[in-house]
Design a protein around this ligand. Structure first.
Ligand code: NOJ
Length: 565
């Protein structure tokens, strides 16, 4: 083995030199309605999270990120916010929120909350006011209202489609239409309106004052829009470059918004942090991740990659370069609340690439559509590859974002009854897209199906399958080889090793094996191939799978420490 090159990871991220906490954090995403249910009404809540604070501590994570817990009609799982400065009564109260923050902070776990600035709920007081205030009012100007086409305005202003399928415009009773990039219950805000900007600054202060450490910014690339007439058609939109002047997304002027947010973040000590969900061209990601902007941006490339050495290597190289260009650290994600869980993705055949060669984020959809019967899921293979991919990811410099349940090796739940489904993607596509409910099923804490697997005892708002018993926390805690025990060991060790952001690639001479070195003599090797890879005289600290001989088995990762076995 020989060292081939030094990576270009940023230099100042060093736990021992006081780099900001988020640069190399492990952030655990909680989908509050499905995490733990303290009042046994079948829906997870904030006291439920507080009651599991010891569990969170046992994972050795640095922060939790909570998906929206605000009052909401749940047209989009809480991403339709009716009031940005309150708690959904089904999930608790502001006092419960404070208790949760205290419980987490006292265990050195930071708290990141989701902020949803592109759209409100149609139940938000502003939208209700806009409906009654009528044409030309200031209230309507907080949103994007237009007249329809045709002599009586009965056709939408454009033929644009919403992200969940169906038209992006909905008509109100006086004949005007409003724009919604997502569901019709999620009207887009007008970010050219000063009051909209000021109100979000107040929201950021509201949560920061309550001790929140950071924000995950939903659809960060879509806030500002140029809707001057004539509006382009859908076909015309598709021909427009994403160069900062696109009418709808990734406009340069969105960074004026984030420069104002940065002033709020930096007025706190320590400064509040943010991470952008920005689906933009790679070259433009650093604009969101810059220290003058949100500070960090999600990279979803691993989540879209197949379990494949060359794809993983390319993703890491590209994103470390991008992170350096922005002055931020990279982020890594294998699962979240919007995609098929990675244990399941890796247990299904690689999906076909999109026509332009781009990977599909819809991996697993055919399988979900068939109720989990076609193609046949390789359960164990999926888990084995997921564990290998996770250890590969956790070795990388930067922040890793984990999604609740992945530490149990949990699979997607495909077979959900139609009546139980909640995702608007399902309803707006007339069932063609079964959507994201399968990764949002409440967690199995114990192996007793009668008590909703320890979720709360009052049932479960999305039905849990009988096979959850195998993945229950109590089941896995008793098995030292479980995925849960692997995550705990790896995260604890990572915390002590992640002292700088350096990464060196080591050539393996095998295109299916990746090997990199991190600080403190820590090395990570992943064998993506079908054949074992020789490993002689090494000191294995952690392996994603059982190891009996001096070889790295197929589809496995090891972390090595200096010294020999
Ligand atoms: C991205 C969120 O992750 C997703 O769950 C949501 O549906 C859309 N943004 C709209 O808010």
């Amino acid at each position: 083995m020989s060292v081939t090159e030094q990576s270009s990871a940023p230099r100042d991220g060093d736990r021992t030199s006081g780099a900001p906490w988020w640069r190399q954090a492990v952030v655990y995403q909680i989908y509050p309605r499905s995490f733990a249910d303290a009042n046994a009404d079948g829906v997870g809540d904030l006291p439920g999270i507080t009651s599991r604070a010891d569990y969170l501590e046992s994972l050795h994570i640095d922060a939790v990120w909570l998906s929206p817990f605000y009052p909401s009609e749940l047209a989009d799982g809480g991403y339709d916010v009716a009031n940005y400065r309150d708690i959904d009564p089904r999930l608790g109260t502001l006092d419960d929120f404070d208790d949760m923050v205290e419980a987490l902070h006292s265990r050195s776990i930071k708290v990141v909350v989701d902020i949803v600035p592109n759209h409100t709920s149609d139940q938000h007081a502003w939208f209700q006011e806009a409906l009654t205030a009528g044409r030309g009012s200031t209230a309507r100007d907080r949103y994007i209202f237009r007249e329809g086409q045709g002599p009586d305005g009965s056709r939408p202003p454009t033929d644009w489609e919403s992200m969940f399928g169906g038209p992006a415009w909905t008509q109100v009773t006086d004949g005007q239409w409003y724009l919604h990039t997502f569901a019709r219950e999620q009207p887009d805000l007008n970010w050219a309106h000063r009051e909209v900007r000021d109100d979000f600054l107040n929201t950021l202060r509201f949560w920061s004052d309550r001790g929140v450490d950071g924000f995950r910014v939903d659809v960060a690339h879509a806030l500002t829009k140029d809707l001057s007439e004539p509006l382009p058609s859908r076909a015309e939109l598709e021909t427009l470059p994403f160069d900062g002047n696109h009418p709808l997304v990734d406009r340069d002027d969105v960074h004026e918004v984030y420069a104002e947010w940065r002033q709020v973040f930096d007025s706190y000590d320590p400064p509040r942090t943010a991470v952008a969900e920005a689906w933009v061209h790679k070259a433009r990601v650093p604009l969101y991740a810059s220290p003058e902007g949100l500070g960090q941006a999600f990279n979803f490339d691993l989540l879209q990659a197949d379990f494949d050495a060359s794809q993983f290597e390319r993703v890491v190289r590209e994103n470390l370069e991008l992170a350096e260009a922005s002055g931020s650290s990279s982020t890594w994600v294998l699962s979240n609340h919007d995609v098929t869980r990675h244990a399941t993705r890796y247990g299904l055949p690689h999906p076909p690439r999109e026509a332009d060669g781009e990977p599909s984020v819809k991996h697993g959809l055919e399988w979900i559509r068939s109720g989990g019967t076609n193609p046949e899921l390789d359960w164990m293979g999926g888990e084995r590859r997921a564990r290998a991919a996770t250890l590969f990811m956790l070795g990388l410099p930067g922040s890793s974002y984990l999604y609740q349940g992945e530490e149990l090796g949990l699979h997607e739940v495909a077979a959900l009854p139609t009546a139980a489904r909640q995702d608007p993607a399902f309803f707006r596509s007339a069932g063609a897209d079964l959507g994201r409910d399968g990764c949002r099923v409440p967690l199995p804490w114990s192996n007793s199906a009668e008590e909703a697997f320890g979720f709360g005892g009052g049932g479960s708002h999305l039905p849990q399958p009988a096979w959850f018993t195998r993945y229950a926390v109590t089941t896995e805690e008793e098995d030292p080889d479980s995925t849960l025990c692997l995550y705990r060991r790896a995260l604890e060790l990572r915390r002590s090793l992640q002292t700088s952001e350096d990464l060196e690639w080591i050539s393996t001479g095998d295109p299916e094996v990746l090997h990199y070195r991190r600080p403190n003599g820590w090395e990570v090797i992943t064998n993506f191939g079908a054949e074992p890879y020789p490993l002689e005289g090494v000191n294995v600290a952690i392996a994603s799978t059982g190891m009996e001989e001096e070889v790295l088995p197929s589809e496995a990762t090891v972390w090595l420490m200096p010294g020999s076995a």
